[in-house]
Design a protein around this ligand. Structure first.
Ligand code: VNL
Length: 389
């Protein structure tokens, strides 16, 4: 390594260390919020949802909090973890943001853990759902969901509704493995049997051979998980292969029947039952306003849980800054996220003061036609669910 390069690395380390107490951010009259989102590439749908949700929150609630102006600094990581890491560093060191947020996939969130720990800057997770992420830095807080939290209720429901055998098919990375493990554990505790656990690659998946295998095994249920942007592609192939017509019940956390893609799936998915924290059809005044304004501002795009994550992420940041009377020093700011609770478009939610993870209702919902569109209609609820430890 050249002397110059060594000096550069040492200088970068010093800058990060210098930013550590967060004092520069606290002195500013602007609260800068850095959003790191996949705005291009295969995960772009998530970035679009998060950004729309964050902007709608500001449209609804104004751009000042505790007397300070809130400024979004938006960056596209293209869904690549090296970019997420580099952008986090830049936002903290150069832009002096008080907090960062976003993270469209588990590996993207994990990439910033060491940086936020060292710089002592809070990071609000608006999508990533692998259970262990929040535990990897004392500066993480999560407003999205965890896969075990969202999956266990459907294992109970399936068991209570006569399903005895199941196959699971998931994306082969953190959240998929979490969903698969949580499902198998609960379903088998209740007397069911998972006869095979299938895993498709996350990048450019080809689902056909896995679906054929699942079909050949003739289980009562097929439990599915893919990240929400892959929902349309997966379900098209499920329908093409005739699994539902063959009598296999499709179940899982709601990601594979994502609200943004649901209408395009068509009537073949009527009756499919899943468990999830949010439905665009959630029956509350706040959600009706959220959905109507979101659609109006985004070419009639239907919001999903990722859009809600953007909205609630900003809500959490506003509440934490307010609670802290405008002081945005990292170590103080992270404290003020702990124990927050509020009404989300999905229903009542809170941040566990011990784990900094989301506590929320998980609803059992079935696809029905309503006002000419397909929706997830909620009919049962598991209240105040935490990520199981
Ligand atoms: C993750 C989990 C991503 C669930 C998702 O969609 C999702 C993740 C972007 O943790 O990577 O629906």
């Amino acid at each position: 390594m050249s002397i110059n390069r060594r000096l550069l690395i040492a200088a970068t380390a010093l800058v990060v260390a210098g930013a550590a107490p967060g004092a520069p951010a606290a002195a500013q009259e602007t609260v800068k919020v850095g959003l790191i989102l996949p705005l291009t590439g295969p995960q772009a749908a998530s970035g679009r949802q998060m950004l729309a949700g964050a902007r709608l929150f500001m449209a609804h609630n104004g751009d000042t909090v505790a007397g300070k102006k809130v400024e979004l600094v938006v960056r596209d990581d293209t869904g690549v973890a090296d970019q997420t890491r580099r952008l986090a560093q830049e936002l903290i060191v150069n832009d002096k943001v008080a907090v960062i947020g976003g993270f469209g996939l588990t590996p993207l969130a994990l990439a910033v853990g060491p940086i936020i720990t060292q710089a002592r800057v809070p990071a609000v997770i608006m999508v990533a759902g692998t259970g262990m992420i929040v535990g990897t830095s004392p500066y993480f807080v999560r407003v999205s969901f965890t896969l075990p939290q969202q999956t266990i209720p459907i294992a109970q429901w399936a068991s209570a509704n006569g399903m005895k055998t199941a196959v699971s098919l998931v994306s082969d990375y953190g959240p998929g493995l979490d969903a698969q493990n949580a499902f198998k554990t609960r379903f088998e505790q209740l007397g069911g049997r998972v006869v095979e656990q299938l895993r498709a690659p996350l990048a450019a998946p080809e689902f056909a051979p896995f679906l054929q295998r699942a079909k050949d095994l003739k289980p009562d249920a097929l439990m599915l998980f893919v990240p929400a942007p892959q929902a349309g592609q997966l379900m098209r192939q499920v329908l093409d292969r005739g699994l539902i017509q063959d009598g296999v019940r499709i179940i899982g956390p709601g990601d594979a029947l994502d609200d943004e893609a649901l209408n395009a799936m068509g009537d073949g998915v009527l009756g499919v039952t899943t468990s999830y924290a949010y439905s665009a059809a959630h029956d509350s005044a706040l959600n009706r306003r959220f959905v109507a304004d979101f659609r109006k501002a985004n070419n009639d795009l239907r919001p999903n849980l990722i859009g809600v994550g953007g909205y609630d992420g900003m809500k959490a940041i506003y509440m934490a800054v307010e609670k802290n009377k405008g002081n945005t020093e990292g170590p103080k700011l992270i404290e003020s996220f702990k124990g927050l609770s509020w009404e989300s478009p999905r229903g009542p939610i809170s941040i566990d003061p011990q784990t900094r993870d989301i506590v929320q209702n998980i609803y059992i919902r079935r696809v029905e036609r309503k006002d000419g569109e397909l929706y997830h209609i909620e009919f049962a609820v598991f209240e105040n669910q935490k990520n199981p430890q």
